[in-house]
Design a protein around this ligand. Sequence first.
Ligand code: GLC
Length: 612
Amino acid sequence: MAMEATPTYKDPHQPIEARVQDLLSRMTLAEKIGQMTQIERAVATPSAIRDLAIGSILSGGGSAPTSGASAKDWVDMVDSFQKSALESRLSIPMVYGVDAVHGHNNVVGATIFPHNIGLGATRDADLVQKIAEATAKEVRATGIPYNFAPCVAVCRDPRWGRCFESFSEDCELVRSMTTAVRGLQGTPPEGHPKGYPYLGGRLNVIACAKHYVGDGGTDGGVNEGNTLSSFEHLESVHLRPFLDCLSLHVSTVMASFSSWNGTKLHCNYYLITELLKEELGFKGFVISDWEGIDKILDPPKSDYRYCISASINAGMDMVMVPFLYEEFIKELTSLVESGEIPMARINDAVERILRVKFISGLFEHPFADRSLLQTVGCEAHRKLAREAVRKSLVLLKNGKDPEKPFLPLDKKAKRVLVVGQHANDIGYLCGGWTISWAGSSGRITEGTTILEAIKKTVSEHTEVIYEVDPSPEIFNDSEFSFAIVVVGEEPYVETWGDNSVLDIPLNGAELIRLVGSKVPTLVIMISGRPLVVEQVLDNMEAFVAAWLPGTECDGITDVIFGDYEFHGTLPRTWFKRVDQLPMSVGDSNYDPLFPFGFGLKMNLKKQDTTKQ
Ligand code: GLC
C-alpha cells in the first residue's frame, strides 16, 4: 500500500500559509472551536485536551504545578499536556501561556526583575530588550512558549491599580520600551511581511501586546473602567505603542477589560477588526483577557450567548475562558450552526491561531528543551537584574542643604539603623505578580533584600541595627551615624490596587517622622507609583524612589553607598496631592512635587570605582 505523502501541514518545508490552509481544510467545526479555546491548567484533563482539540492552556497568576514547583516540575506538566494535544485527531500542538511580566514570576527561584515602572525610570530600551531576552529563556526553560507580555499601557492616572505594570504616563517613553517584543520574540529578517507574527527560535517566546487599547486611560484610573476620549486622543496616547509592537511583529494582542466611550473593548468591532486587523494589517491573533468576554455584560455572563456572539463577531480569535470551557464550546458551536457567527469568522480566527503556531515552530518542536532547565534564576540573569535595579533608582532629594549632599553613605560608618518591614521582605520588594497572583509578604522566593545587601556592603566594623518598627527609646540608648528607612506599598494586583488616597501605607509616615527627627535619614520608597510624601519630605535627609525592584536589591546598595551613580529619572509625575489627579506632563495645570523626568545625581568625585 502506497504510503500517504506527508500532509502539507506537517511538512516544515512548505510555506506557512500553505500549511495553514491545508490544516484548516482538514478541520471539523469542533476542532476549529477547540483551537479558539484557552483553558486554565487546573481544569486541563488529558481527555479534554485530546478530544476537544484544545488550542491553548494557561497558568493564571500563581497557578503552578505544585507549591514551590521546580523548573522540571513545570516542564513535566507542560509536556504532559502537549502529549495529550498531540494525541488529538490532527495532532495540533497546544500553546501554553503564562504571565512573565517581570521575569518568570510564577516560578520560585526565577530571576525577578523590576516591574515596568522601574524599567521606565531607566529609559534604557536596550536594557529592556535584554531583560525580555532573559525572561524568554527562563520561560522556555520551563517548557512554555507563550508570554502575556509586554504590557504597553500608558497609565495616565496613578490611582489605577496596574500603574506599576505601565512603563510610563508618557506615550513616547512607553513606545521606546516596546523593544521588549524584540527581546521576547527575536528579530525577524528584513522584509518579514507587515503585521505578520514572528518567533526567532527555541530561546524566544510568543509575545502579547496588552491590553488593547486604552486600559491606562480610564476615568479616575478605575481598573477595567471607561476611557472617555476622542479617537485622536486614544490614538495619540494609547494606540501608538501597539503600532510599534506590530512593527516588531508581535504575534498576539490581548484585549483590554476596559471600555472606550462606553463600548467594551472585548466586543469592539471597529477597534479590533476594522482598525487593528484591516487598517493596521495585524496577522497574528487577538486573545481575550481572563473571563473577559463574560464581562461584556453586567452582571457578567448575564447573557453568555450574547457575550460570545458579540466578542467573536467583533474579531476575538482566542478566548481565555478559562474554566467552564464545555459551556463556551457548546454555545459557540450553536452560534455558528445557527449562522449568528459566520463560518468565515471562525476560519479567520483559526487561520490566525494556526499561523502563530506554525511560525513559532510548535509543530516541529512541541516539547520542551530540557537543556535549558538551569537557566531559571541563573547568575547572569541576576546580574542583569541588579543592573536594572541600579538604573531604575531615582534620587529625589539629597541633603537638606544642597551644598551638603547626604549620599553616598559611608560604608565605614560606626552604627547604622535600618528600619521598616520593606527593608527585609522579599515579597514586598517584588510586588504583585510574584509567585502568587497578588504577591505577598515573606521569603516567597530566592533573592537579596535591602537589609541583606546593606550587611554585605558596610565594613566589618560597622554595626547594623535592624528594627521593623523602632520604639523611641532606641534613640536614647544608641547613637547612629545615619538611618535607612524603607517604607511603601504592600503587594497588590489589578482592581485590588485601585487607590484614590495614595498615602504612604502602614505606618510609613510615622516611621519617617520618628526616625527622621532623631537621626539623619535616607528614605527608600518601595511602591508601584508615586505616593503623597510632601508632609514628611522635611524629615528626610535624602529620598530615593526604588519602585518594585524585585529579587536583586544589591542594586540599591551599589548606588546609595556610591559604587555607582544614580541613573534613573521619573517615568511619571510625582504629584503633591491626589486632588490634582489626573495630572500628566504637558497638562496646563501642571504643578508637581517632582516633575516627569526629574532625577538628581550624587556628583560623585570621579573615582575608578564609580561606574554609571
Ligand atoms: C489577568 C490580566 C492579564 C493577564 C491575564 C492572564 O486578569 O488582566 O494581564 O495576562 O489575566 O493571567
